[in-house]
Write a protein that binds this ligand. Structure first.
Ligand SMILES: [Mn+2]
Length: 376
């Protein structure tokens, strides 16, 4: 464990070697005893005080730790010709800790906490390489209770920008000789994400949800893709998620290319051009009687020439569960830590710090579990 923490944190610069040593010790202790309080993992009063002093240090920012981790990720990426960059959003729910400062409202208005959007790099075998980007933000509670006002709409627009911002960070970090495929769930089905100019090494693989207008007799995407002849079937192992038990599913595969019309209500409609995307539909035709059928509509900028290309994209999409696993682990770690700040009070700086330690640990956890749980 010690060697792992030293190696993982080698690019972190906190302005002073002693501070870095302290960080490595804290991370090692946390990793060795997951689920224990800071006081317990520190071992004695002096070490506990030192850990709290480290957190409240004015000499470094949480980003200093995060950026060091991103450099480790990039050094691992260098060994690949093609990497996957999976984006997803999660909520850190601190409703049970009303004394915590600096929180905002979550998707349910009665809940308060932080929003987190992460981009995790994976090899094409589904092995996590670490984080590429992470945005943490607080929704302004002033906007609560004034639904459908301009301010709340602006918040939503600003929040959907996170997918575009993470794509642009990904593209800045990955060197041109390495191909990168950005993968998102249906929240990333944003016209502006597809129409954004991308460097040639950057591709998108996005779960589609909107029934967009396409250049086909069927007029709309959902019926247009259904009318395409299947190119084969694929058996996948589905991971457990909040809505389902793990199970095996046989998916019928279809693919086609369509021209997508600019949405009618697009704000800069006159400046936009239709876009060409490859469309894949992987749908379960005979689900178990008590289960909802799987139906993945995928929109991609990757060239699809036949069955093998379709299978490759669907396989990559199935790795998306790993970022959910990462967020789950992160929340688990925070849940055990958030009671433990000094005097029983906490603030978002303290949370950010713990969050950063947890981030490196959670990535390590995902790396080891994915090796044994690769589904396909
Ligand atoms: Mn999501």
């Amino acid at each position: 464990m010690e060697r792992w923490a030293t190696e993982e944190l080698k690019y972190v610069h906190l302005g002073d070697e002693r501070r870095k040593k302290r960080l490595i010790t804290i991370v090692e202790n946390l990793a060795a005893q997951p689920g224990e309080s800071i006081t317990q993992v520190s071992g004695n009063k002096a070490a506990t005080t030192a850990a709290y002093d480290f957190w409240s240090s004015p000499y470094f920012q949480p980003d200093d730790i995060r950026n060091g981790h991103i450099l480790s990720t990039l050094s691992r990426i260098k060994e690949n010709n093609l990497v996957l960059a999976i984006q997803d959003t999660t909520d850190l729910d601190f409703t049970a800790h009303p004394q915590t400062k600096g929180l905002g409202y979550l998707d349910h208005r009665a809940l308060s906490g932080l929003k987190v959007h992460s981009t995790m790099a994976l090899s094409t075998d589904g092995v996590p390489l670490g984080l590429l980007d992470q945005q943490v933000w607080v929704r302004d509670t002033e906007n609560l209770g004034i639904a459908k006002t301009r301010r709340q709409r602006k918040t939503q627009e600003k929040e959907s920008q996170r997918w575009l911002d993470s794509l642009s960070s990904t593209q800045q970090l990955i060197t041109p000789e390495i191909q990168v495929v950005t993968i998102t769930d249906a929240e990333g089905d944003i016209y502006d994400l597809f129409s954004l100019e991308r460097p040639v090494n950057s591709h998108l693989l996005i779960r589609g949800t909107h029934n967009r207008r396409v250049n086909d007799d069927a007029k709309y995407l959902h019926s247009a893709i259904q009318q395409i002849q299947p190119c084969g079937t694929l058996t996948v192992e589905l991971q457990r998620n909040p809505e389902r038990q793990p199970r095996i599913a046989t998916l019928t595969l279809r693919f086609a290319q369509f021209e997508f019309q600019v949405p009618v209500h697009h704000k800069q409609r006159s400046q936009q051009q239709p876009i060409h995307l490859q469309v894949i539909l992987a749908a379960e035709e005979n689900p178990p009687s008590d289960q909802t059928a799987i139906s993945w509509l995928l929109l991609t900028t990757i060239n699809i020439n036949g069955f093998d290309d379709v299978v490759r994209c669907v396989r990559w999409y199935t790795y998306r569960w790993l970022i959910e696993r990462y967020h789950y682990t992160l929340i688990h770690w925070l849940w055990h830590r958030k009671n433990t700040t000094r005097n029983g009070t906490s603030n978002t700086d303290g949370i950010s710090y713990i969050f950063n330690c947890s981030m490196a640990l959670a990535v390590a956890d995902v790396s080891s579990t994915s090796q044994s749980r690769l589904a396909l």
